[in-house]
Design a protein around this ligand. Structure first.
Ligand SMILES: [Zn+2]
Length: 315
């Protein structure tokens, strides 16, 4: 029985493509903001683990080459991204990245630097950082993009890009949504600027089959069990239907297609708990009666072998 189980697990593992986990961090050693900060003690522990266990910390360029050519990723790839360009990254995070020689993507909240807000990096600090990692745009004003109309989204993005070109002489190839918030309309507007990679903040891993304009990231905070997160894989899922009752704003129904070899998934809806759903010939169809809350809601699917796919719903 045990042998059969192990053989089954091996078979599945062989057919799954490798996946990279892209971690997202915010502040470093900042005790004023414990929920969005990581200590450099913990980060050193993570970096040391990666180094001692044969992980490759990849650059965005390396990842993008695989996404473009649809070439499977090598095993044990990890990427790091940092959102908001807080000064604590420059003073506390960057020295550790430099010590380990690990590349990173720094998603810059432009207004913070442009207006010289004390908590954010200066132009000189951004320039210095560009020697070690790559910059992404994280908007000019850090708005809730789904609440803006098309012209407002365009104006914010244009302002951010113009600022980066003028002050840093760089046109970023990637964009990270403020608060990780987007919908199909927002994605289309941002993609129209020619970004080759767009980062969301839905937990999941990235394979060569991921959509470059919808790249999942895993939050890495002080209490994140990072070794568990390193097991996450990309779940190729087609979200065919997510039905929400417009009156009650309750989630009513989902219909999702996955690989037919998957027989069961676990599903989580924000505010609820994990529940097991059967998969019939690659189709998941489930009826809910779940009240969603104002703002960000997520529906997460995961398989027993750690493949993840999420859907963000903003009300
Ligand atoms: Zn942000």
């Amino acid at each position: 029985m045990l042998a059969l189980f192990i053989w089954g697990a091996l078979l599945v593992a062989q057919t799954l493509p490798n996946a990279a986990q892209i971690f997202v961090l915010h502040r470093f050693d900042d005790t004023r903001h414990p929920t969005t900060s990581i200590s450099t003690v913990k980060l050193r522990e993570v970096f040391t683990y990666l180094r001692e266990n044969g992980y490759h910390v990849a650059s965005l360029q390396e990842l993008q080459e695989h996404l473009k050519s649809q070439k499977p990723l090598p095993p044990k790839w990890v990427l790091f991204s940092i959102d908001d360009s807080y000064k604590s990254f420059y003073t506390h995070g960057l020295p550790l990245f430099r010590e380990f020689g690990y590349p990173f993507i720094l998603a810059v909240y432009i207004e913070g630097s442009d207006q010289k807000y004390p908590d954010f990096m200066t132009i000189e600090e951004l320039k210095d950082t560009m020697h070690y990692g790559e910059l992404a745009l994280h908007s000019y004003t850090h708005p809730h993009l789904t609440r803006l109309d098309d012209a407002q989204i365009d104006a914010d993005t244009q302002k951010g890009l113009a600022w980066m070109q003028h002050h840093l002489a760089v046109t970023p190839r990637s964009y990270a949504y403020p608060y990780g918030e987007f919908d199909a309309r927002v994605q289309k507007r941002i993609a129209a600027f020619g970004f080759e990679i767009i980062f969301n903040q839905n937990s999941g891993a990235v394979s060569h089959e991921s959509n470059p304009l919808d790249i999942d990231r895993i939050a890495l905070m002080q209490d994140t069990p990072f070794k568990t997160k390193l097991r996450q894989r990309f779940l190729k899922a087609q979200w065919n239907l997510v039905e929400i009752d417009p009156k009650s704003q309750q989630l009513q129904r989902i219909e999702i297609s996955v690989d037919p070899t998957i027989k069961e998934v676990e599903c989580y809806v924000s505010g609820g708990k994990w529940e097991r759903l059967k998969v019939n010939a690659g189709k998941i169809s489930h009826t809910f009666n779940t009240p969603l809350s104002k703002g960000r809601n997520r529906i997460i699917l995961k398989t027993f072998d750690h493949q993840w796919s999420s859907k963000l719903i903003i009300l």
